[in-house]
Design a protein around this ligand. Structure first.
Ligand code: NOJ
Length: 419
């Protein structure tokens, strides 16, 4: 088999892009509205996708994707516990979904992506067990209201990141630290809500659609820098245990596994530890130090393409669920770096699929440069760049976007093989 044939992906494979409401929409009222990011910015306008979603669907079309992973913002749709959904806001999302449909783009809808309505937060957020039935009420109303417009559902995006950044590391509002007990409760309540919402979604098979549902798990490898140092092993093992192992078990072990029809994987790379210092940009490690240690990083984490194969095989062996790569991308101003990074990961993905791992789609993170949570607008993940210094927020295609367009278009494999 020659190199190009070897990079053939199956027909019907989803080539998509992912976004999240708080990061792109603007004009939202949730816990992020008053949050000031490290660069002094906020998400009040973000990319103004709220008013410009029709234009952004054009960009998706321009990129040639056949799938789009998008969030629906809970705080827009319910003004209090167990209330009816806001009809006007619902209509906007329906219009967006209809535009995607007429552009031949299949949506995957995310129900929870790092944000809650203010009335959930003021009642203690997900630490409060009452959050779970309230979310189930919201989600079941939404799923029913959208009918068969949506077949692919993602209940929770990265519950691991959400619970650790809010309750352990203090990065996400309300920025608590080292509340391990709260972390455990949040994960338990989200896992319970996932099971209930997923069962509801799966029952909809009876009304003619064949829905798929799962969470998106961020898998990060945590490894020691020096393999003989117990002080490097200790934090790596702890992080792995809490972030990866505990969360996966909570959502997928035992009878809970039946609630999911797929497993979403958000994969970016690895974090190595030297003592208790995580060796990633933005955690006190300088670029010079990282280069000196030979660690190849984007602006967020160390890149580890081979790890994608390792985790895909592990998921396959352990859960036997089809996988969607619900997010992968790199943040850098260097387009060549990002293109190389994407090619390397797609080759690894392809190898794993050839070995029998069932992967149904790949969603690049992300469409637009956008609000990267505690980091503000400094991390450039977009296939389309946005000029945040211009109030008109003009969008412009990047070279990475052109490269991805080549992959999405037939014969996409040649674009990868040539790079
Ligand atoms: C995962 C999160 O789901 C997304 O919101 C974030 O922007 C990307 N990772 C990049 O950090």
């Amino acid at each position: 088999m020659n190199q190009i044939d070897a990079l053939k992906f199956p027909d019907g494979f989803l080539w998509g892009i992912a976004t999240a409401p708080t990061q792109v929409e603007g004009h939202i009222s949730n816990e992020w509205t008053d949050f000031v990011a490290q660069d002094g910015s906020n998400c009040r306008v973000a990319c103004d996708h709220y008013h410009r979603y029709a234009e952004d669907v054009q960009w998706l079309t321009e990129l040639g994707v056949n799938a789009y992973r998008m969030g629906i913002e809970w705080s827009r749709l319910q003004s209090g516990p167990y209330t009816a959904l806001n009809g006007q806001e619902l209509e906007r999302y329906i219009d967006l979904l209809d535009r995607l449909k007429s552009s031949g783009i299949e949506p995957m809808v995310v129900l929870h992506h790092f944000s809650n309505p203010p009335w959930i937060n003021s009642a203690g957020g997900w630490v409060n067990p009452a959050a779970a039935p309230m979310f189930v009420d919201y989600a079941t109303k939404l799923v029913s209201a959208l009918g068969d417009r949506v077949r692919l559902w993602n209940t929770f995006n990265e519950p691991d990141t959400y619970a650790s950044l809010v309750y352990l590391l203090g990065g996400f509002p309300p920025c608590h630290k080292w509340r391990l007990w709260s972390f455990r409760k949040v994960i338990a309540h989200m896992a319970e809500a996932h099971v209930q919402v997923s069962r509801f979604i799966q029952q909809r098979r009876t009304v003619g659609v064949s829905p798929e549902v799962g969470i998106a798990k961020n898998w990060t490898f945590f490894n020691p820098l020096r393999c003989f140092s117990p002080w490097d092993h200790l934090p790596a093992a702890l992080c792995h245990q809490v972030f990866n192992h505990y969360v996966l078990n909570a959502f997928l072990d035992g009878p809970r596994r039946a609630a999911s029809t797929f497993l979403g994987l958000n994969y970016y790379g690895q974090v190595r530890f030297k003592g208790f210092q995580p060796l990633v940009p933005g955690s006190g490690a300088s670029r010079q130090q990282l280069d000196h240690l030979g660690l190849v990083c984007d602006d967020m984490v160390e890149r580890y393409p081979a790890g994608l194969g390792t985790i895909l095989r592990k998921f396959h062996r352990r859960y036997r669920l089809p996988v969607y790569i619900t997010e992968h991308g790199a943040a850098s101003q260097d387009a060549d770096f990002r293109i190389r990074d994407l090619s390397l990961h797609l080759r690894v993905l392809h190898d794993a699929m050839n070995e029998g791992v069932a992967v149904r789609g790949f969603f690049y993170w992300t469409l637009l440069d956008c609000f990267e949570w505690q980091f503000g607008y400094t991390k450039k993940f977009g296939l389309v760049t946005v000029d945040f210094n211009d109030p008109a927020l003009p969008r412009k295609m990047t070279r990475v976007g052109e490269f991805y367009r080549g992959i999405c278009a037939a014969p996409h494999r040649e674009a990868i093989a040539r790079s």
